[in-house]
Design a protein around this ligand. Structure first.
Ligand code: TYD
Length: 131
């Protein structure tokens, strides 16, 4: 399984909606970092890397975009457009994301602080690692 889609509990009422995330409650790990991405041109391709250890839950909190996931054997595209749903990706998955709507905001909860040495940024290196 390359990824999992997690449906978050929505605390909704007539005022609107609220999602609260914590370990065991929407997030399978203790989040140690949060970052978000917005203002991308529709055809920009971001990501283009895998992680050696990092786990992430990725949420499109506004608008939509496509995640292309690759485990070295196959590629799958996941369309994200629901702030109440998280895309859970473990290590050793190559990811690219693109097809951003103008209003797209992507928020990422990560299991570890930023560490450049955890990145695999070269696709050939990734294929060698997972082969
Ligand atoms: P990068 O991982 O290349 O972005 P993407 O994969 O979304 O295209 O990161 C872009 C820049 O931001 C790069 O200089 C590293 C920096 N960065 C941090 O400093 N901390 C972080 O947590 C992340 C994700 C990136």
């Amino acid at each position: 399984m390359m990824y999992e889609l997690i449906d978050f509990k929505i605390h909704g009422n007539h005022d609107g909606n609220l999602v609260a995330l914590e370990k065991g409650n929407g997030i399978p790990f203790e989040p140690k970092r949060v970052y978000y991405i917005w203002g991308n041109h529709s055809d920009v391709v971001r990501g283009k890397h895998a992680h050696k250890k990092l786990e992430q839950v990725i949420i499109c909190t506004s608008g939509s975009c496509d995640f292309i996931l690759d485990d070295g054997n196959e590629r799958q595209t996941v369309h994200l457009d629901n702030p109440a749903q998280g895309l859970y990706i473990k290590h050793n998955i190559w990811r690219e994301f693109t097809n951003f709507s103008k209003d797209c905001v992507v928020m990422v909860l990560a299991s570890e602080p930023y560490d450049e040495s955890d990145y695999i940024r070269n696709y050939d290196d990734f294929i060698k690692l997972v082969a």
